[in-house]
Design a protein around this ligand. Sequence first.
Ligand code: NAP
Length: 251
Amino acid sequence: MGRLENKVALITGAGSGLGRAIALEFSRQGARVFAGDRDEVSVIETTDAAIQEGGTMVPLCCDVSDKEDVASLLSTIEKEAGKLDALVNNAGITQREDFRHVTDDQWQEILDVNLTAAMRLSRDALGLLRVAEGSSIINISSIMERVHVRQLSAYSTTKAALAGLSRAMAVEYSAFDVRVNYICPGYAETAMTQRILRNPAVRQGLLDRTPMKRFVSAQDVAKAALFLASDDASFITGEGLTVDGGMSVSL
Ligand code: NAP
């Protein structure tokens, strides 16, 4: 018996990296997973992998920063499942730019994808979340919500705002029996970090600063999301779970 038996989950950005690992883990644990991503090919690959493992997954092509795509995604879930037990707002992008050179368009783009999309989905999915019992929202923030490196000011701003939004939503959504939590991963080796982690000196520097001496695995984050979505976390809301091997508490 899986830990998410009879539950329905929506994972955004499920075509690769952390989102794919979360979607597959939720499916292994018995959830019926709606896997959303703007890249149709990659999200179908995630779905094929889940089905090969005997899971139930539906691929949905959706750009989370597009209002109409989001509306159509939620309407599909309403028609096909009629409820939502877990919403994982994982889709995200990054940019590297000195703060003084960040353009208005860059700023708007990252806000739209990393923050506004999570706000819109969390707001508009409430009806479906309320139908399910003990449902929850899990927002994928980052340790960058509170520790900072050069050239990631816009990214850090979205992740800090997402943490704040999660706590604020937790207060309001408790009235509807919907929990809201967030996860702060450290550095994981995914497409998002590929370029920076290709540099051996940067890699070693990051590992040296991590007490547990390895990068975060996608499975580490998937297990944290599983815990927060499961009944084991039924009295946890407004909380941030850091998954970084001690990096953000180490000098
Ligand atoms: P990733 O491998 O690049 O995966 C992100 C996925 O989201 C990709 O499939 C991407 O599609 C999709 N996506 C991007 N914009 C989208 C949009 N507008 N609509 C729908 N899908 C969209 O990156 P990741 O490392 O797994 O990141 C997942 C989340 O974890 C992000 O929110 C990220 O900020 C967060 N995070 C990552 C790390 C890390 O070290 N990797 C650390 C902390 C937090 P495309 O391939 O088409 O772009």
